[in-house]
Ligand binder design. Structure first.
Ligand code: P1T
Length: 382
């Protein structure tokens, strides 16, 4: 049978009416355990860290949207990333793109290094840096594309081919694009990771993470760690993400429409030095964006024409955009990466990556575009 379209899967995949009552929406199975008829005689559900039907529906729905067979969910994006590293042993090496979410950098640098897993951060938007930094001990290639916050793109297909050649597992953090705009498994990646806190849920009321893959051995390993380590999501959170997923395709189109309007508007604003948005022809990797993504998403950055004080004043004047960390919700957010999301990176590294004092990141929501334009304009004009 022909595979249903993305919108149909976002509403239905992994979900059948509940068999006892016919409840069309998957119930919130708010229980910690399940009754057994006799010792060891159970329905397949024993204990809720191990199995939960609300969680399973959410995992299967996201897996389907990424074109994957298996989904394994966690209590946060960082818990999902931690699990990826927990498949390694001391002495193994991870090659990681340099411009990653600050929390990912902190986890690798300050937590995982203590267990003697080695990390190299380099600019993998230049593919030759793969050969320059890969080692015989490299086990994982960690890709974030577009990167957070400077929206560099990595050629997922090319890097995956290079890694496959050396038996290195390719994991792509697809949080910024969502499966609606980017499908890393189809480009050759082994695993897709999401902070489901962001676009997948879409309503800024849950923290969650997920890994999806077509590799059954790897899925078993992740599920073993999910149960053994125990960083599982709560049933209510799984329900909320499932509900958010039903409009993922509609929201992503609306985010992109508004982001493009705003990016074009800010490109000619007198108080803006430059705009970074993969959908603009001025983005240095616009051609790659068109090749590996089916859209450009709702994340953008711009550099204010001025120093830290001017930039801070802009950030404190927005009214429709809320000054807050995070992204991917229906409401617009604005933030200052150097002080907020990427403060855990040393200043020297931030500067080398272009996370400057005048860099402002926008998560463009789905409000009326003119209100967003007017809001940023009044904040810039003081
Ligand atoms: O916050 P959590 O659900 O644990 O996800 C971490 C994470 C992983 N990957 C990317 C690309 C992310 O952007 C994040 C979280 N990011 C923010 C909170 C932020 O404002 O950028």
């Amino acid at each position: 049978m022909k595979q249903p379209g993305f919108g149909t899967r976002s509403i239905h995949a992994g979900q059948e009416p509940e068999p006892v009552t016919g409840s069309v929406m998957i119930p919130i199975f708010q229980t910690s355990t399940y009754a057994q008829k006799a010792p060891g005689e159970h329905t397949g559900y024993e204990y809720a860290r191990t199995h939960n039907p609300t969680r399973a529906a959410m995992e299967n729905c996201i897996a389907s949207l990424e074109g994957a067979k298996y989904g394994i969910a966690f209590s946060s994006g960082l818990a999902a990333i931690t699990t990826c590293i927990q498949t390694l042993k001391a002495g193994d090496h991870v090659l990681c793109t340099d411009d990653v979410y600050g929390g990912t950098f902190r986890l690798f640098e300050r937590v995982m290094k203590k267990f003697n897993v080695e990390f190299t951060f380099c600019d993998l938007s230049k593919p030759e840096n793969f050969e320059k930094n890969v080692k015989s001990s490299t086990k994982i290639l960690w890709i974030e594309s577009p990167t957070n916050p400077t929206l560099k793109l990595l050629d997922i297909e090319q890097l995956s081919a290079k890694a496959r050649h050396k038996n290195i597992r390719v994991i792509v953090d697809n949080t910024f694009m969502s499966p609606y705009f980017q499908q890393p498994l189809a480009l050759g990646a082994d695993v897709v990771m999401h902070s489901s806190t962001k676009y997948l849920n879409g309503h800024s009321d849950v923290v969650g993470g997920i890994l999806v893959t077509n590799d059954s051995g790897l899925a078993d390993e992740y599920r073993f760690l999910q149960n053994s380590v125990g960083s599982v999501p709560a049933p209510l959170d799984c329900f909320l993400i499932l509900r958010g997923l039903k409009t993922l395709h509609l929201r992503m189109q609306a985010h992109q429409k508004n982001a493009l309007i705003l990016a074009e508007y800010l490109s000619s604003h007198p108080h803006v030095e430059s705009v970074i948005y993969p959908g603009l022809a001025s983005h240095p990797q616009h051609a790659l964006a068109k090749k590996q993504m089916s859209g450009f998403g709702g994340m953008m950055c711009f550099r204010a024409k001025g120093g830290l004080e001017f930039t801070k004043s802009v950030l404190s004047k927005t009214r429709v955009f809320t000054l807050a960390e995070s992204l991917g919700g229906v409401e617009s957010l604005v933030e200052h990466p150097a002080i907020m999301t990427h403060a855990s990176m040393p200043q020297k590294i931030r500067e080398a990556l272009g996370i400057t004092d005048n860099l402002i990141r926008l998560s463009v929501g789905v409000e009326d575009a003119q209100d967003l334009v007017d809001d940023i304009n009044q904040a810039l004009m003081g």
